[in-house]
Write a protein that binds this ligand. Structure first.
Ligand code: AMP
Ligand code: MG
Length: 325
């Protein structure tokens, strides 16, 4: 791991790493981000692996400006007004994924929506511009640790898990971005942050506050509870070592039971990073008419396997939210 002053050279090197699917920690005005190419499933899997989080939560994709954002999400007049007032800055907008959007499904934890923001920190902007692609970035710390506002915090928390840290000095805002959901009829506050409710309402009128948003600071303790999650319409059977003819099989590893209607292998070599990268896209592909049930082979409970199994267990348990897809 190397800590570098942000120069034209180090930013160019960071951009090369990102395009190559590697991770770079960089300053934003809120906190330091652990960045990876938002269009690369493997890079996004590497973010979750480095953070050691036992769950997949949707990540924010960072772009230069509103024009860029429109390549990845369905833009709206409300988004336009908010971006004109708050971007670049600490406001994240949740919008529907645009048709053919290249944003990784793992970056959105399988959701049809994308959280997107244009940061104002000059080093973040330089890096996004040089990389020429959106950067997915949660806070640059191991799971459970506090968000880093200095390069030294990142180095202490992530160590060799990140090859390069751009040191932009202390972060100015120091709190996370406000997350505003624009997919419903009324804009809804999902997370309070650097852009205040009052300032947002001055632009778009009264907004709603998510029911899921607990008062007090319990929201910070359990960020994963805020978001809805992707669940297949079909039932999911875990720990499958054999398979029925009406089942679609989500396989893992080299030894795959035969006889499924359709089989996708998360990782024939048994690589958990590859499996994480493929998880949501393959679950979606198996969740199709004609398939009675999705059977999933056992996945080891180590490393990224924890987050993969968490998501699979939720999908298997989630009869209540089944939609006719
Ligand atoms: P962080 O990357 O740690 O700043 O956290 C990202 C925040 O944005 C979390 O609170 C997520 O729940 C929220 N978020 C990201 N993407 C979405 C989405 N598609 N829908 C709803 N909330 C989202
Ligand atoms: Mg964090």
């Amino acid at each position: 791991m190397r800590v570098a002053e942000p120069t034209a050279q180090s930013v160019a090197e960071a951009a090369r790493l990102l395009r190559d699917g590697q991770l770079v920690a960089f300053p934003t005005e809120t906190v330091y981000g652990l960045g990876g190419d938002a269009t690369n499933d493997r890079a996004v899997a590497a973010i979750f692996e480095a953070k050691g989080r036992p769950q997949f939560n949707p990540l924010i994709s960072h772009v230069l400006d509103a024009t860029e954002a429109q390549k990845f999400v369905c833009w709206t007049p409300t988004a336009e007004k908010l971006a004109a007032r708050f971007w670049p800055g600490p406001l994240t907008l949740v919008l529907p994924r645009s048709p053919g959007s290249p944003i990784s499904l793992l970056a959105t934890a399988g959701l049809d929506t994308v959280a997107i923001r244009a940061p104002s920190h000059p080093v973040a902007q330089a890096l996004i511009r040089a990389a020429g692609r959106p950067i997915a970035a949660p806070s640059a710390n191991r799971s459970g640790a506090v968000s880093p506002t200095r390069a030294e915090h990142v180095a202490e928390s992530l160590g060799e898990r990140v090859p390069l840290i751009l040191d932009g000095g202390p972060c100015l805002v120091g709190v996370e971005s406000t997350v505003l959901d624009l997919t419903g009829t009324t804009p809804t506050l999902l997370r309070p942050g650097g852009a205040t409710r009052e300032a947002i309402e001055a632009v778009v009128g009264p907004i709603a506050v998510s029911d899921a948003l607990p008062s007090g600071d319990s929201a910070r303790k359990s960020p994963g509870q805020l978001e809805s999650h992707y669940a297949p319409a079909r039932p999911v059977r875990l720990g499958a070592i054999s398979v029925g003819a009406d089942e679609g099989l989500l396989a893992f590893g080299p030894t795959v039971p035969q006889g499924a209607m359709l089989t996708y292998n998360l990782s024939p070599s048994g690589d958990l990073g590859e499996a994480a990268a493929n998880l949501f896209a393959m679950m979606r592909t198996l969740d199709r008419p004609g398939i009675g049930r999705i059977a999933v082979m056992p996945i080891p409970e180590t490393g990224l396997g924890l987050a993969i199994n968490d998501r699979l267990r939720r999908a298997a348990a989630d009869d209540g939210s089944r939609r006719g897809r």
